[in-house]
Design a binder for this molecule. Structure first.
Ligand code: EPZ
Length: 418
């Protein structure tokens, strides 16, 4: 059982290199299924969700060879369009195999995906979108059988700008005859990076970053060499850490525009954030002020994936704040843990009311999911005394060496393996 032991109270100083975006890389890795040629991907981060996605590629018959943090993926011998429960259930992004299999093989059989326990997370929008491209779908006994032999470009209207549904329809549409248009699509930077990646392989996609994406089907994709974007949620986590602990942190490989909403909030709260030589520098010298009210929404608004971390900050800011979680029904599981540390939070349905306290106190807490775990680490970093964060396997799914990176910033945190 792994756990983090944190002795809180140190200010943070120094540089941190932000790893490649988990949620950007997962669709890109699935996208490599679409070509028989080699894909070279640099700056591959070392965490579990990426390893699980690579296991899916290997199962598909793709040859994966590592050179340090570069991976060469060779799809010449890919030979299956089926995915069982043991590879589907460890991660939500296993659902991307559906779009990729349909793109390459025009058929797929997969199971429902797993992932963080933060809400219902249906895949109805994915399936409806694929049906709009002519895919015949049968859902039976937990399996999804898809026949794409008559697929052709079509118009897809998403009821909600779902990231996953946008990715799946892009993956399914690239090698499909005709033009596919996705209306009300997700605008996240990870979608823009996927468009750039697929276009570098010869796809004809435009519009990513806006609410309409247009995909002109091509016959074939070719080899590519790629370095993914830095992870905006990881970058945001370190920025909030600095706001909570005080100090000065330089973020390398982070993109200012991708975190603009958070940066504005931090500046309003009393931090100083500047960009210098393409690094983001966060400085915080006094107690932060509460942000008053924030709602999680699709990009470019405030991301749900930073909600637990922001809540940790609000717990120790001066004043009252309200956080509304609009995306997931059960993404407040960090609240009872923060209460153990002395926070003052009341939750009513999807809304948390927070009164800032002068200090949090170390306690034994449990990470219920990836981002909740990150929020608890941040709370531990600024708390008085020792905090133990249990169930860190969730955190290891999406943060690369967070203990070592925080240690390099002067934090007292250890990963213990018992
Ligand atoms: C992606 O999940 C991210 N995961 C999530 O990050 C992130 O929280 C989410 O986007 C929102 O930004 C990956 O990229 C791997 P959605 P995804 O489809 O694609 C509802 C993290 O911590 N919905 O945009 O699953 C859904 O229930 C993770 O890194 C449907 O109703 O998110 C949710 O309320 C957690 N039907 C909302 O839409 C569908 O078919 C947004 O989901 C699909 C989604």
């Amino acid at each position: 059982m792994k756990k983090y032991i944190i002795n809180g109270g140190n200010s943070l100083y120094g540089e941190v290199d932000i790893e490649s975006s988990k949620n950007g890389l997962l669709p890109i890795l699935a996208g490599t299924i679409l070509t028989e040629e080699q894909c070279v991907i640099h700056k591959l981060p070392d965490f579990l969700d990426i390893k699980n996605m690579i296991n899916i590629l290997k199962h598909t018959g793709m040859k994966c060879t590592y050179y340090g943090d570069t991976i060469i993926i060779d799809g010449a011998n890919a030979n299956t369009s089926e995915l069982g429960i043991e590879l589907s259930s460890p991660l939500r992004s296993s659902i991307y195999a559906l779009g990729a299999f349909l793109g390459r093989f025009k058929k797929a059989k997969i199971c429902y995906p797993g992932g963080c326990d933060i809400g219902l997370r249906p895949i109805d929008l994915h399936l409806r979108g694929l049906k709009d491209l002519g895919v015949k779908i049968i859902e039976q006994h937990g399996n999804i059988y898809c026949d794409g032999s008559n697929m052709k470009g079509g118009k897809v209207f998403l009821d909600f700008p779902s990231v996953g549904a946008t990715v799946n329809i892009m993956l399914a549409g690239v090698l499909t005859e005709g033009t596919t248009t996705i209306y009300n699509c997700a605008k996240e930077p990870e979608i823009v990076d996927l468009q750039k990646f697929l276009n570098a392989m010869g796809a004809k996609i435009r519009g990513a970053g806006s609410s309409t994406i247009s995909i002109k089907g091509v016959n074939k994709l070719h080899k590519v060499e790629w370095t993914p974007i830095g992870d905006r949620i990881v970058a945001g986590t370190y920025m909030i850490a600095c706001a909570m602990c005080g100090g000065k942190v330089v973020l390398k490989n982070a993109i200012y525009e991708h975190n603009q909403y958070l940066i504005n909030l931090l500046m309003r709260a009393g931090c100083n954030v500047v960009v210098k030589n393409s690094n983001i520098i966060v400085e915080c010298t006094k107690r932060t002020k509460s942000i008053q009210k924030i709602e999680t929404m699709p990009y470019p608004a405030f991301p749900t994936d930073l909600q637990p971390q922001l809540m940790a900050l609000e717990c120790i800011s001066s004043g009252n704040s309200i956080i509304v979680e609009n995306l997931y029904e059960t993404r407040f599981k960090h609240v009872p843990e923060l209460l153990k540390m002395g926070a003052n939070i009341i939750v009513k349905n999807q809304t948390a009311f927070i009164s800032g306290v002068d200090k949090l106190y170390g306690a034994e807490v449990k990470a219920s999911d990836l981002r909740a775990g990150a929020g608890l680490i941040l709370a531990g970093l600024c708390a008085k005394g020792y905090t133990t964060v249990n169930s860190v396997e969730h955190i290891l799914r999406g943060y690369e060496n967070i203990d070592k990176k925080l240690q390099a910033l002067n934090a007292d945190i250890k990963l213990i393996d018992e």
